[in-house]
Design a protein around this ligand. Structure first.
Ligand code: HEM
Length: 485
């Protein structure tokens, strides 16, 4: 093989990549050393702002294959035929820590799926948990501030973490989930994924259904105890990245089976839980799982920065047949992601190879801006409407319309008959085995006992008491025992 020649960015051959140019052997460096200047300047610009949440993650490509007919519920083209395959890119992530954080920590995991459909990219940006800590997006920045590093101490502070939860009883369900066995997945391959929010499907005749997505891992759910996780972090902070990368390199391609829960639109108003409250699940007895297809990951990205760091998922990227529900949290997210990406990656991030549609054609008047590479063909007009056969609207909304009524204002989301912040947390506790309950209590007490203020501890205890009297009593006793130590 002939030797490849190192070049500058303008393509000129580089004469010396070991010694910079100086005025004589011992003299100062010359400004004319273009290779050195370019190399140092580029190095200074290698980092971009990390994601404000979910900074640390791992990605892989694969495909989604439809195994069951769901055309009665959605007209989405990529779900229209059994056997149909759609290319996908998936990014898994931790939430709270920064880019350099460890993988094997107690934290929810992101589970973001990009389907490159022929009707545009569909992004399903979920987590490995079916619920979330809060139900109004106005609380999200405060929530995240309380879980990330403290502005003074520069560390995650149990005081902040538990103070926020003390003021957010709606978090009790998700806190119970997080402190339970599933709180530290053994790897990204051994966890489920959930859309978490309720979305809306519309079929070819215009009928709409509310839908929740569940990706069940075919590798089996496996988790780590707090001790196993601490030991693993000590050996390999990037343990989940290592696992995913190596599994796919070995040809052990992880897969998930996608199920949905469906609720006919007319049932939503009378359901005993607010079906748009992301702190709640829909019990399977009410709405059974219906199988849709299989997600398989079979290819590692060639370049982590280009494809994983620059990946941009937005819950507002829908395709015909799929749309948002009135879930307030989801509504907040419809804005937040593309806005974050305009800041993090620039206005033309949708043109980067990992983000650009692969099966659909982009024909838009949205162009120009920093780093534009998409500009249509020579005579295309850049305004609409025009008389030159430029792209025009379809007049057909992606999903069916939502009926709304009431007064504008800052409202709490409507409460349904069985809505309170604790019932489902108690149900989850009662579902756990005796061993898992023991570990749950130990995990909660381990964190809560580090809190310095008694009133914050008391408020949190009151939530566990409200979820289940035994649960509350056991956490209280365990916290007291640790504080007396
Ligand atoms: C109002 C609530 C929320 C807001 C404002 C919010 C905002 C954000 C922002 C700004 C990012 C970074 C995006 C980027 O830079 O590319 C992000 C990432 C992410 N969020 Fe949220 N988030 C919210 C709730 C949620 C919920 C409920 C879930 C899961 C059901 C979720 C899952 C994710 C995932 C998986 C990522 C990482 C996506 C990736 O891999 O690039 N978020 N979120």
């Amino acid at each position: 093989m002939s030797q490849r020649v190192l070049t500058t960015e303008s393509g000129a051959p580089v004469a010396d990549n070991q010694n910079s140019a100086t005025a004589g052997p011992g003299g100062p460096i010359l400004l004319q050393d273009q290779h050195l200047l370019e190399k140092l300047a580029r190095f200074n610009r290698e980092r971009i702002p990390e994601r404000v949440v979910h900074a640390r993650g791992s990605g892989a490509y694969g495909y989604f294959e439809v195994t069951d007919d769901v055309t009665a519920f959605t007209r989405a083209g990529f779900l229209s035929e059994v056997g149909r395959r759609t290319e996908t890119f998936v990014r898994f992530s931790t939430v709270a820590d920064s880019l350099g954080g460890a993988d094997a920590v107690r934290d929810p995991r992101g589970f973001a799926v990009k389907f490159y459909t022929d009707e545009g990219n569909y992004d399903l940006v979920g987590n490995n948990t079916p619920v979330f800590f809060i139900k109004d997006p106005v609380k999200f920045p405060d929530f995240i501030h309380s879980q990330k590093r403290d502005p003074f101490t520069g560390r995650q502070e149990p005081d902040n973490v538990w103070d926020f939860w003390a003021h957010s009883p709606e978090a009790t369900h998700q806190v119970t989930w997080l402190m339970g066995d599933r709180g530290i997945p053994a790897s990204y391959r051994h966890m489920n994924g959930y859309g978490s929010h309720t979305y809306r499907w519309t079929n070819a005749t215009g009928e709409s259904f509310y839908v929740k997505y569940h990706f069940k891992t075919n590798q089996g759910v496996r988790s780590l105890s707090a001790e196993q996780a601490a030991e693993l972090v000590g050996r390999d902070t990037a343990s989940h990245q290592t696992d995913l990368l190596q599994a796919i390199e070995r040809g052990v391609n992880p897969s998930w089976t996608l199920y949905v829960q469906l609720m006919p639109e007319a049932e939503a108003a009378g359901y005993r839980f607010n079906p748009f409250d992301v702190t709640k699940v829909w019990p399977h007895a009410d709405h059974p799982l219906r199988r849709v297809g299989r997600l398989v990951l079979d290819r590692n990205p060639d370049n982590v920065f280009a494809e994983v760091e620059q990946a941009a998922f937005s819950p507002n990227n829908f395709v015909p047949g799929i749309g948002p529900s009135p879930d307030k949290m989801l509504q907040g997210r419809l804005f937040a992601y593309a806005d974050a990406q305009r800041y993090r990656l620039g206005i033309n991030h949708t043109q980067l190879p990992v983000n650009a549609p692969r099966a659909a054609t982009v024909d838009t008047y949205g162009r120009d801006g920093l780093h534009a590479t998409r500009y249509g063909s020579r005579h295309d007009k850049n305004y609409e409407p025009n008389s030159y056969a430029g792209p025009a609207e379809t007049g057909q909304a992606l999903a069916g319309p939502l009926a709304v009524h009431g007064w504008t204002g800052t409202h709490e989301a409507p409460a349904h008959t069985k809505d309170d912040d604790f019932f489902q947390a108690g149900e989850l506790y009662r579902l756990m085995s005796a061993d898992e309950k023991d570990r749950l209590i130990a995990n909660i007490a381990g964190g809560l006992s580090q809190v310095t203020r008694d009133d914050v501890i008391e408020k949190n205890l009151s939530h566990f008491h409200a979820a289940d009297p035994e649960y509350g009593k056991r956490v209280e006793e365990a916290v007291r025992a640790l504080r007396e130590d």
